[in-house]
Design a protein around this ligand. Structure first.
Ligand SMILES: [Cu+2]
Length: 211
């Protein structure tokens, strides 16, 4: 349902400007080079055939824009691809310091946040129940950590989803959305337990093709 887009100097500059604007902070990122995450991300966007972005809004005050996310698929001839994800939350967004679960949820809807549905899990044995099939969903990601002002950024790479068309694409018929949860993801080591995947929803952003 989507087509590849050309990368261009305009895209590179726009991505760089946005990411630079977000500023630098300490990082525990893996898989990014010495140039720094934001420069690497801008370069990847210029080279890659498929990218996505999301504007994150508060689940308590849906008009409050609290951050953004970028996704970049690495070019590959193979069906399984790596997708780099960058998330940024601004200061004073009403979200508490500490760790917060991050997932790709199954529907491109945030209004209200519950309409994003369960966790993205398109497989033939799909079970999108947030606490029920966790951490085995395709959309399960890693916790992000916010500072005392609720500010932070997070980078991760997943091979469980794609941005280009295919059975794992987040751009399926009803799209997908990021959810940042109120609590940390415990990754449910004891199996299903209420709230083990992060509990209630703090922020949400519909994932859209970019640019
Ligand atoms: Cu979730």
């Amino acid at each position: 349902m989507r087509t590849n887009r050309h990368s261009s100097t305009t895209v590179l500059l726009a991505a760089f400007a946005l990411l630079s604007l977000a500023g630098a902070a300490a990082s525990s990122a893996q898989g990014f080079g010495a140039e720094g995450p934001e420069e690497d991300f801008a370069a990847a966007m210029a080279a890659g055939p498929a990218a996505g972005r999301a504007v994150l809004y508060s689940c308590d005050i849906p008009t409050n824009r609290v951050g953004f996310g970028y996704l970049q698929e690495r070019p590959s001839e193979e069906g399984v691809k790596a997708v780099d994800i960058y998330l940024r939350l601004y200061a004073n967004n009403g979200i508490t310091r500490g760790k917060h679960a991050v997932h790709i949820h199954e529907t491109a809807s945030c209004n209200p946040c519950g309409t994003a549905g369960g966790h993205f899990d398109p497989g033939p044995n799909s079970n999108t129940s947030p606490d029920g099939n966790h951490p085995f969903h395709a959309g399960d990601l890693t916790n992000m950590t916010l500072d005392r002002q609720g500010r932070g950024y997070h980078m991760m790479t997943t091979t469980r989803v794609t941005l280009s068309p295919g059975p794992l694409s987040v751009f399926d018929e009803d799209g997908s959305a990021f959810i940042i949860h109120t609590n940390p993801d415990t990754y449910c080591p004891e199996g299903e337990a209420a709230g083990c995947a992060g509990g209630s929803r703090a922020a949400c952003g519909v994932i859209a093709p970019y640019p």
